[in-house]
Design a protein around this ligand. Sequence first.
Ligand SMILES: *[C@@H]1O[C@H](CO)[C@@H](O)[C@H](O)[C@H]1NC(C)=O
Ligand SMILES: *[C@@H]1O[C@H](CO)[C@@H](O)[C@H](O)[C@H]1NC(C)=O
Ligand SMILES: *[C@@H]1O[C@H](CO)[C@@H](O)[C@H](O)[C@H]1NC(C)=O
Length: 183
Amino acid sequence: MDLRMQMATFPCLMLFLLLWSQVPEVQGQEFRFGFCHVQGVKLQVLRKAFGTLRDTVQAQDNNTSVRLLRKEILQNISDAESCYFIRSLLTFYLKTVFKNYYRQAAELRVMRALSTLTNNFIALTSALHPREEDAVFSLADSARRQFLQVQGAFQQLDLEAALTKAVGEVDILLTWMEKYYQC
Ligand SMILES: *[C@@H]1O[C@H](CO)[C@@H](O)[C@H](O)[C@H]1NC(C)=O
Ligand SMILES: *[C@@H]1O[C@H](CO)[C@@H](O)[C@H](O)[C@H]1NC(C)=O
Ligand SMILES: *[C@@H]1O[C@H](CO)[C@@H](O)[C@H](O)[C@H]1NC(C)=O
């Protein structure tokens, strides 16, 4: 990867390094999904972990014409819906995807990266506290319907292919999450 590509891929990291080299302490790196703010999980750590398994896992995906995290869905999530949507999606990754991918991850020797992703997704999920008031029920409901489209596409595929695709699409997820990351 040349430097220009790296800068496009890791804009926050580059900014972070730039700031870090000038200021002893950098504050304010956090995710802001609507009104859910999460500190303590770093996008760069997620990107780095995914980077070590990306090529291996994506090479196992035999059907690149199918996509779970479709653009039309992700681009349609409003700021206010994002907290509900990301919570459903991360829970799905933890309970359905990563949990069932450990055997393949061991065979492919990418266990360590998968554990890092798992631990950071757990930390993010447990820090997301959407408001449960009636006033925002319609938001939760709409986010839920959009999440169900992702889950539906996953269920259409053979389990092994679906797991491979979902893990391989974590970079699409991270790119979407980056919009909500303040660095
Ligand atoms: C890829 O998925 C599509 C839609 O599910 C299916 O029609 C096609 O046969 C699949 N191709 C391969 C190579 O599995
Ligand atoms: C886009 O969002 C609107 C409102 O939340 C929803 O009604 C519609 O079904 C969504 N479209 C897709 C493709 O998810
Ligand atoms: C994709 O195809 C290769 C070669 O046929 C196979 O080893 C691999 O298990 C397949 N991947 C999935 C997820 O089925």
